[in-house]
Design a binder for this molecule. Structure first.
Ligand SMILES: N[C@@H](CCC(=O)N[C@@H](CS)C(=O)NCC(=O)O)C(=O)O
Length: 210
């Protein structure tokens, strides 16, 4: 994608955009941001994305977009490759509904649990932290995953028979947990672990592993 640049780092959110691009066969030049050194929370990165987070997508006209799933929506509109956000208006609405559910029930509580607990020392100087909330937020994440499993059981993917952005989004968070955070989030579940193994074997998962 000529003229586009994806600003990335470690962590689940940039991987969502990278894996989405890989599934669609899009070549998206990447610029590495050193979040360990806090590069994302200082100028010049803050001028690109005032949220101070990765990923961010710089477009040929200089506009910059933040928010992983929104970047994926733009890639879907611009690029060729398999449709990962549905074909019909109803399919598209349904996939967006699932992306929002994954965000609210897993990504947000997990991120808080992680930032306020195992990664507290790193995040305390950067964002408001609430250490007392960490365990409860991981519990909320577990409950969200159990709810998602009840809805998706019997299907191949979260939203039905084909892969969608919601699968990539959930996979990137659970993979980050499996590799880095190691919280027991899926004990007692069966569909999510099987689905995770299927996702983990996809070439796009391999191509975006760090
Ligand atoms: N809401 C944003 C969250 C982005 C985010 O939290 N990115 C992490 C990497 S996974 C980050 O930049 N962490 C470093 C920091 O917050 O200082 C999105 O959906 O893209």
């Amino acid at each position: 994608m000529d003229g586009y640049k994806l600003y990335v780092s470690t962590g689940p959110n940039p991987r969502i955009a990278r894996m989405f691009a890989a599934e669609k066969g899009l070549a998206l030049p990447e610029v590495e941001i050193d979040i360990g050194a806090g590069e994302n929370r200082q100028p010049p990165f803050l001028a690109l994305n005032p949220a101070g987070e990765t990923p961010a997508l710089r477009c040929p006209d200089g506009q910059v977009l933040g928010e992983a799933t929104v970047i994926c929506e733009l890639l879907e509109e611009l690029g060729d490759g398999p449709r990962l956000l549905g074909e019909t208006p109803l399919e598209r609405a349904r996939i967006r509904m699932w992306v929002r559910r994954v965000d609210l029930k897993v990504a947000q509580p997990f991120t808080g649990g992680f930032r306020f607990g195992p990664a507290l020392a790193f995040f305390k100087p950067r964002v408001r932290t609430m250490p007392q909330a960490s365990d409860d937020l991981f519990t909320l994440t577990r409950e969200g995953l159990a709810w998602i499993e009840r809805q998706a059981s019997g299907q191949l993917y979260l939203t039905g028979p084909t892969l969608s952005l919601a699968d990539i989004q959930l996979y990137c968070f659970l993979s980050f947990n499996a590799e880095r955070v190691k919280r027991p989030l899926t004990n007692g579940l069966s569909w999510i672990p099987d689905w995770f193994d299927r996702m983990d074997r996809r070439p796009s998962a391999e191509a975006t592993r760090r």
